[in-house]
Design a protein around this ligand. Structure first.
Ligand SMILES: Nc1ncnc2c1ncn2[C@@H]1O[C@H](COP(=O)(O)OP(=O)(O)OP(=O)(O)O)[C@@H](O)[C@H]1O
Ligand SMILES: [Mg+2]
Length: 340
C-alpha cells in the first residue's frame, strides 16, 4: 500500500463513521510512516490517536464527582500545564558548542539508543539532563536537538503556570504530567526550572517550596528508565542543591568564542544565497561581537541580510552580498545595549 491508499481508507471510514476501521487504518499509517522514515509524522499521528482515545473516554455529560467527571477535569487542567507537544527536526549539527558538550550529548543519546543493551546487563540509564548558561546560548535549542536525535515526542511543561496557579496542587499536577509523559513515551522538557524558586515569593506558606521540590525529587527517583527529563535554566544558583544533584548530566552552554561565531555564521549562511565580500571585515566584526549571545549575533546577521536584500537593485539575483557595515553597526548597538 502507498500513503495515498491509507489516506483513501481513512477518508472512507471517517465519512462512513466506522470508527473501528478508521482507527485501524490510522494505526497502519503510523506503522507505515515509521518504516518509511517519516518518524516525526508517525509520532505526531500516534499522539493525536492517543489523545482522541482519551477524549472519548471522558466525553459526554457526567455527574459531578463521578470518576468520569474527575477524569474530565484532570484533562482540562493538564492541558493548561502543558505548553506544547512537539516533535523536532533539529540535529546535533544545528548546535554550535564546545567539543565537550557535543561529546557529552552524543553519549547521552547513545544511552537511549542502546537502552536494551543497558537493561540486559541491568546497568543504570542516564535520563535526566540540565542545561544552564546565559540567555540565547542554545539551552532550548539543545532540548530540541535531543528530541530530534532521539525521535521522540517532547512535552514542554509550563512550570510557571504550575507554580503560580493553585499552589497546593503543584505537586499533584507535576505527578500527572510525569505519568502522562511515561504513557506516551515522551520527553518532558521543563524550561525555566528556576521558576520553582519563585514558589517562595508567591506562597505565604514557606513549606510549599519544599513540598514541590520534594515531589520533583521523588518523581526523579522513581522515574522509569525509558522516561527522559530535560530541564533548562539561566539561573543555576536558584536551583536547590538536592535537585541539581539528581541530574545525571549538567551541561553549561556558554557564550560563543571567535571560532564558534565563525561556525554560527557558516551555518546561518549555508544556503549560499548570501555571502560576504571581504573576509578581513568579517573577522573584525567577529572580534567585535564577543560577549554577545548566539541569538543576538544571529539575529543581527539576519537583519543585515534582509537590509542588504532590500538595498539590492537586482531583486532576482541568485547571490546577495551582505553589507558588512550594516551588520557592524547592529553589533555595535547590541554591545551598547549590553553595557547599559
Ligand atoms: N549554541 C547555539 N548554536 C546555534 N544556534 C544557537 C545557539 N544558541 C542560540 N542559537 C540561536 O538562537 C536561538 C535562541 O536560542 P535558545 O532559545 O536555545 O536560547 P536559550 O539558551 O534557551 O535562551 P533563554 O535562556 O533566553 O531561554 C536558537 O533558536 C538559535 O537560532
Ligand atoms: Mg530557552
Amino acid at each position: 500500500m502507498t500513503q495515498y491508499d491509507y489516506i483513501k481508507d481513512i477518508a472512507k471510514y471517517g465519512l462512513e463513521n466506522d470508527y473501528e476501521k478508521l482507527f485501524q487504518a490510522l494505526n497502519e499509517l503510523v506503522d507505515y510512516s515509521k518504516k518509511s522514515n517519516k518518524v516525526n509524522f508517525a509520532i505526531q499521528l500516534q499522539s493525536i490517536l492517543k489523545e482522541s482515545i482519551r477524549q472519548q473516554q471522558v466525553s459526554g455529560l457526567s455527574i459531578v464527582g463521578s470518576p468520569k467527571h474527575i477524569l474530565k477535569e484532570d484533562e482540562r487542567e493538564l492541558a493548561d500545564l502543558i505548553l506544547e507537544k512537539l516533535t523536532s527536526d533539529y540535529r546535533l549539527k544545528d548546535l554550535v558548542c564546545t567539543e565537550n558538550v557535543i561529546s557529552e550529548l552524543q553519549h547521552f543519546i547513545k544511552e537511549h539508543q542502546f537502552l536494551d543493551l543497558l537493561n540486559k546487563f541491568e546497568l543504570p540509564v542516564s535520563n535526566k539532563v540540565l542545561f544552564h548558561g546565559p540567555s540565547g546560548c542554545g539551552k532550548t535549542l539543545a532540548a530540541y536537538v535531543l528530541a530530534g536525535e532521539l525521535e521522540k515526542l517532547m512535552i514542554v511543561v509550563n512550570l510557571g503556570a504550575i507554580v503560580s496557579s493553585k499552589l497546593g496542587e503543584t505537586s499533584k499536577n507535576l505527578a500527572k504530567i510525569f505519568k502522562r509523559a511515561a504513557s506516551e513515551n515522551a520527553i518532558i522538557f521543563i524550561d525555566e526550572l528556576d521558576s520553582l524558586g519563585k514558589v517562595r515569593d508567591y506562597s505565604q506558606d514557606h513549606g510549599e517550596m519544599k513540598r514541590v521540590v520534594n515531589t520533583i525529587l521523588q518523581l526523579f527517583d522513581y522515574l522509569p528508565k525509558e522516561s527522559l527529563i530535560i530541564a533548562a535554566t539561566n539561573q543555576i544558583n536558584m536551583i536547590d542543591e538536592a535537585l541539581r544533584r539528581r541530574f545525571d548530566l549538567v551541561l553549561e552552554l556558554e557564550k560563543p568564542d571567535e571560532r564558534h561565531v565563525k561556525e554560527l555564521i557558516d551555518k546561518t549562511l549555508q544556503s549560499g544565497h548570501f555571502v560576504f565580500k571581504n573576509k578581513k571585515e568579517v573577522n573584525d566584526i567577529i572580534k567585535q561581537s564577543l560577549g554577545l549571545s548566539y541569538y543576538t549575533i544571529q539575529k543581527t546577521l539576519i537583519t543585515a541580510i534582509k537590509r542588504s536584500l532590500f538595498e539590492q537593485v537586482d531583486k532576482d539575483a541568485i547571490v546577495t552580498v551582505i553589507n558588512a557595515q550594516t551588520w557592524k553597526e547592529l553589533i555595535a548597538q547590541e554591545q551598547l545595549n549590553l553595557a547599559k
